[in-house]
Design a protein around this ligand. Sequence first.
Ligand SMILES: *[C@@H]1O[C@H](CO)[C@@H](O)[C@H](O)[C@H]1NC(C)=O
Ligand SMILES: *[C@@H]1O[C@H](CO)[C@@H](O)[C@H](O)[C@H]1NC(C)=O
Ligand SMILES: *[C@@H]1O[C@H](CO)[C@@H](O)[C@H](O)[C@H]1NC(C)=O
Ligand SMILES: *[C@@H]1O[C@H](CO)[C@@H](O)[C@H](O)[C@H]1NC(C)=O
Ligand SMILES: *[C@@H]1O[C@H](CO)[C@@H](O)[C@H](O)[C@H]1NC(C)=O
Ligand SMILES: *[C@@H]1O[C@H](CO)[C@@H](O)[C@H](O)[C@H]1NC(C)=O
Ligand SMILES: *[C@@H]1O[C@H](CO)[C@@H](O)[C@H](O)[C@H]1NC(C)=O
Ligand SMILES: *[C@@H]1O[C@H](CO)[C@@H](O)[C@H](O)[C@H]1NC(C)=O
Ligand SMILES: *[C@@H]1O[C@H](CO)[C@@H](O)[C@H](O)[C@H]1NC(C)=O
Ligand SMILES: *[C@@H]1O[C@H](CO)[C@@H](O)[C@H](O)[C@H]1NC(C)=O
Ligand SMILES: *[C@@H]1O[C@H](CO)[C@@H](O)[C@H](O)[C@H]1NC(C)=O
Ligand SMILES: *[C@@H]1O[C@H](CO)[C@@H](O)[C@H](O)[C@H]1NC(C)=O
Length: 656
Amino acid sequence: MKLNAQTQAAALGIALLPLAATAQSAAAQAYTPQTTSCPSGFALYRDAGNAGNQTISSSESAYVQSRKSNVLPGAWKTYLANVQGTSAGSSLPSYVSEILNGTGSAQDLPTLGIASSGGGYRAAFFGAGTLNALDARNSSSASAGLGGLLQSATYIAGLSGGSWLLSSLVQANFPMIQELVFGPTQNTSNTQNSWGGWMADMGLSEPSDSLLTNGEYIDGLLNEFKGKQSAGWPVTFVDLWARTLARHFSNGTTMNSFYDENLPHGAGILWSDVVNTPAFASYNIPFPIVVVDMHAPNENDSNVITLDTEPITNTVFEFNPYEMGSFDPNLAAFTQTKYLGTTNTSVCVTGYDQQAFVTGSSSALFNSFNSQALSSTLGPLLQAIEGVIGNPDDLLYAAYPNPFYGVTTGGFLGSNQTVLTLVDGGEDGENLPIQPLFVKARGVDVIISIDATADINNYAAGSALIATQNRTSLFPSAYSFPPVPTSIQTFASQNLADRPTFFGCNTTSSNDTTPLIIYIANGGPPAGASSTSDGITNTATLQLSYNDTFAQSFIDQTFAIATQGRPSSGGDTKDGEWPACVACAVVDRARGRAGQERSGVCQSCFERYCWSGVELDATGPGTGGQSSGAVGAVRPGLLGAVVGGVVVGLGAMLML
Ligand SMILES: *[C@@H]1O[C@H](CO)[C@@H](O)[C@H](O)[C@H]1NC(C)=O
Ligand SMILES: *[C@@H]1O[C@H](CO)[C@@H](O)[C@H](O)[C@H]1NC(C)=O
Ligand SMILES: *[C@@H]1O[C@H](CO)[C@@H](O)[C@H](O)[C@H]1NC(C)=O
Ligand SMILES: *[C@@H]1O[C@H](CO)[C@@H](O)[C@H](O)[C@H]1NC(C)=O
Ligand SMILES: *[C@@H]1O[C@H](CO)[C@@H](O)[C@H](O)[C@H]1NC(C)=O
Ligand SMILES: *[C@@H]1O[C@H](CO)[C@@H](O)[C@H](O)[C@H]1NC(C)=O
Ligand SMILES: *[C@@H]1O[C@H](CO)[C@@H](O)[C@H](O)[C@H]1NC(C)=O
Ligand SMILES: *[C@@H]1O[C@H](CO)[C@@H](O)[C@H](O)[C@H]1NC(C)=O
Ligand SMILES: *[C@@H]1O[C@H](CO)[C@@H](O)[C@H](O)[C@H]1NC(C)=O
Ligand SMILES: *[C@@H]1O[C@H](CO)[C@@H](O)[C@H](O)[C@H]1NC(C)=O
Ligand SMILES: *[C@@H]1O[C@H](CO)[C@@H](O)[C@H](O)[C@H]1NC(C)=O
Ligand SMILES: *[C@@H]1O[C@H](CO)[C@@H](O)[C@H](O)[C@H]1NC(C)=O
């Protein structure tokens, strides 16, 4: 994009200040990375191995082990009691309760992962509403028989809009979803650094109705990364984006302090700091992972899937509180998150892994924009930055000094880049951050995949699973993925996305360690909605503000979607067996290890909820629920829209 920055800025009421004019604000200081001497024995990265010798870090391993011994036995019992309280829960086969109450012969609890997709605020709200339905602390979720799964998960991953949800949740010390989204209700002494809520009604790009206020606000944001810039670090649009996101998804901002330029507004809160929150320190949070993609000047663009921006062959990075790197065999290496920015073993950098910058990187889809972007809701931010950083080519990527410089194992694409250029985790089409959960060394049994990708009409139809199937098939030594359909038409025609579906139900001895997927997608309005117009969860990815009333309705409608299952006839709004069926899926791999046969209600659940393996066929087994009236009726229209190419024009803008 080419802009006359001064003209644009003037129109917005922004005065472009000379560099470093106010670089000493609290936020600017806290956002600037520091250098220190490296600890003895410091290594820039570790070899994460591949196939038989793939390893997770010792810190992750210690966290997971402590969580499994101290927290999960109680968490699974709470969940089990909630399932048993539902109508079908009492008829579960005894192996389900033995596995979950830890009395089975194997004494082998399931390893559960949860993944929440990208899709901007739509995905953040859909993920939030689903996590709420899985939260034992919400009594409605407990009665619905899903409450407790959140507390029982070993891993939780987020990407783009899903990373806003995940990273705000863990850095705020794992509050309940109502408090996460709307802020604390009780009048606590609000310290400068406590949690204030998402404040989604203050738009990401234009928080106020006043042009002048917005101009001054953006002007202030521009100053917040000038300290980093003056100290010589590469800064890009993603730094501005990070400072924007920090107002909403980091501690340290309330409605009253939103425009106060004297506060740090979350600057200085690091992704590696998450380990110090009380909930993490007591192993009460599933191990959090944020997914980010790579852009590389010498990438092979013939591997870009239609509609996407980055080739599926580029390295996919994960940021967990201890490490950043990839299990992809084309890198298979990790650096320490708290020393991100470091490129040699004598001078170590700290403060580069700002939580909002990691989240900003995961949602940095700006390189997929074209000229539409300027007239979009992001226009004001994009226009403002042009005058500050005069380097349009590198403007749009998150820039990290490359700790993997010179690593050539597996043909790492970034081996001769001094600065790694990272982008939105969904830009290769894998809009669900599930790949880290398929890492063999993590031993995950079952993954609740929460998908709010915009495939059809801003509803999801499986493209993210399809892309991950494609990509993991390139790296069979690192990942094992179950069969999913190869087209969104199959998802649409068999109602695999507008009702929950299990993938990977059938195993043989050669693939019984492949995780099972419980797919809960934002695939359409909930059952019982009188028509599609009742559906409100298909907002546009670039809708950057939500008022509280609408946000609450969105979360509540998501609760209905997450708890409905596959109602068997048009009039039903819920499948009473759904909570029992989820329990069957959750224990299924542990059941296999214990040498038990699937039985009772679990058998009929699997017949109803498992994908049959048949493509595009609406009449095969395992697709029950398609009779559900209202939704079935709109199917041909939606399908026609895809086939007719209507989604093409929206392009990769929808992945945020
Ligand atoms: C894993 O095995 C490969 C191939 O044998 C070897 O090059 C690599 O050093 C090993 N990595 C680890 C972490 O053991
Ligand atoms: C665990 O579940 C089994 C099977 O339902 C039951 O027989 C046993 O009493 C339960 N044990 C505990 C400690 O809840
Ligand atoms: C919250 O507490 C402060 C200090 O005690 C008080 O000034 C303020 O009015 C209270 N606000 C509300 C909404 O109760
Ligand atoms: C954020 O604030 C909450 C209280 O609102 C606190 O428990 C948590 O530790 C804080 N997190 C960080 C990273 O400061
Ligand atoms: C780029 O990818 C295509 C498709 O996978 C492949 O045929 C081609 O050889 C690749 N080119 C290079 C230079 O690796
Ligand atoms: C993804 O898989 C589909 C179906 O197998 C195939 O048509 C498509 O070419 C694949 N794309 C890539 C980039 O591998
Ligand atoms: C090591 O890294 C620091 C910080 O980036 C840099 O200032 C220094 O020049 C580097 N030293 C060498 C020997 O490359
Ligand atoms: C990096 O490597 C690629 C592929 O080998 C090459 O085309 C490119 O010129 C290299 N760039 C630099 C800066 O060395
Ligand atoms: C395991 O392999 C069998 C036979 O190829 C296949 O039918 C099944 O879908 C696979 N299951 C998983 C979870 O990959
Ligand atoms: C809240 O947002 C919804 C959806 O955009 C809109 O219909 C409604 O009028 C808004 N309410 C208020 C009070 O602004
Ligand atoms: C529990 O979830 C429901 C459904 O979204 C919500 O309306 C309610 O406010 C939640 N309760 C609490 C205490 O968070
Ligand atoms: C799983 O096995 C059942 C029963 O044999 C079969 O009907 C179904 O098609 C299989 N599913 C897949 C995905 O292969």
